[in-house]
Ligand binder design. Structure first.
Ligand code: 13P
Ligand code: SF4
Length: 366
């Protein structure tokens, strides 16, 4: 069965105007690299502040390597979005500090309303979240009451509050299979590429919202095929937010954690990586003898700075993290009226992950 496609009902900036869109504002806010001295001072200050404030630091693989290392050195975690949610939820700290993008902070708050959740920059958005406004999404759901609503983690609290299930890329396939087995038809939002991939892998009946990630949408299949020809031994690792033609060329498709684990487990020595280049830090640390090459994006001559790196993830830095902790500012607030409803699809996903024993930081069957 093929995925049913609805017309695009919102406007995302395209490759031609991206340099003047909100990503440019995000890039303008990307912190300046500190000097070696400043860096050491900031790291020491943040370590002290985390302890003093009973705070745990949770980071995504796409943020700056300094932040990834700091999360691990301070007893926090660097992980994919599923494990960020699980770890923060299970950790006893009173404050969760999230280095990532807004939906990650909101998910932590929804799961832990009694805790303080801080982020280095509250304007760190995500094109998938921005491209799925709650009111339009509610109208879409109202028009298809016969479908089970499944939303990706990369959505606002209000969109989650309208959903039956939340998924992340590491658990999307098992949940879609489960729903198919129960004979349920799915309304999927917002990522069209991930949705099409899940539909193709599971055969589930899915109606797709037409959102996209501005980073992954840029990977180019023709240039990737050329790169593969130049590196015939290389395995291609791709995130399922990438376009279908790119996924078709991949050896492994999975969440960020799944791709890292696949690189570790593989006997190959060379990899072409179709996901945000922030992930290369972890891959290179864990596999120092292996070679990792960024998959091609907009091609030669492009002047788009967002290629292969998320401009909103880049807004997280040591200095704004230290300031956040020091001033207790940049606290994530989610409307308390929404939380009881928004937590249901997230908790359903977490319970399902437990039920199927989805390993923490493990490789799924993508
Ligand atoms: P993961 O859950 O695979 O880490 O993906 C999050 C994300 O935003 C990818 O662009
Ligand atoms: Fe959103 Fe894409 Fe950035 Fe991930 S990489 S946070 S999907 S814009």
């Amino acid at each position: 069965m093929s995925a049913e496609i609805i017309p695009v009902i919102f406007d995302l900036p395209d490759a031609n105007n991206r340099s003047v869109c909100s990503t440019a504002q995000a890039w303008a806010k990307a912190p300046v690299e500190p000097s070696a001295e400043e860096r050491a001072e900031l790291i020491a200050r943040i370590k002290r502040l985390l302890k003093e404030q009973d705070a745990v630091f949770v980071a995504h693989y796409y943020v700056h390597p300094d932040l990834q290392d700091l999360a691990e050195q301070t007893g926090g975690i660097v992980s994919d979005s599923l494990d960020m949610a699980r770890f923060g939820h299970e950790h006893p700290a009173k404050t969760i500090v999230v280095a990532g993008v807004r939906f990650m902070g909101e998910t932590a708050k929804i799961l832990n309303p009694e805790k303080r959740v801080l982020m280095p920059d509250l304007e760190a958005e995500c094109s998938l979240d921005l491209g799925c406004p709650a009111e339009e999404f509610a109208a879409f759901c109202d028009a298809h009451p016969d479908r089970t609503v499944v939303v990706y983690a990369n959505t606002s609290a209000a969109v989650k509050a309208r959903a039956d299930w939340m998924v992340t890329s590491s658990i999307a396939l098992p949940i879609a299979r489960h729903l198919k087995e129960r004979g349920e038809k799915i309304l999927w939002a917002p990522d069209r590429h991930l949705g099409a991939y899940v539909q193709e892998q599971t055969g589930a009946d899915m109606l797709l919202w037409q959102g996209a990630c501005i980073v992954h949408d840029e990977y180019k299949a023709r240039e990737l095929a050329e790169m593969k020809a130049q590196h015939p031994q290389a395995k291609v690792l791709a995130h399922p937010e990438s376009p279908r033609a790119v996924i078709k060329l991949a050896d492994v498709v999975g969440s960020t954690t799944q791709l890292i684990k696949a690189a570790q487990a593989s006997s190959a020595r060379e990899f072409i990586v179709a996901t945000d280049n922030g992930i290369l830090h972890k891959m290179r640390t864990l596999c120092p003898d292996k070679i990792f090459i960024e998959a091609p994006t907009a091609g030669q001559g492009a002047n788009c700075r967002s290629c292969s790196h998320c401009p909103w993830m880049a807004m997280n830095g040591l200095a704004n993290l230290a300031e956040t902790l020091e001033g207790g500012r940049n606290e994530i607030h989610v409307d308390p009226a929404i939380i009881p409803r928004a937590v249901l699809p997230i908790q359903r996903m977490l319970d399902f992950a437990k039920q199927i024993n989805l390993p923490s930081s493990g490789i799924g069957n993508a």
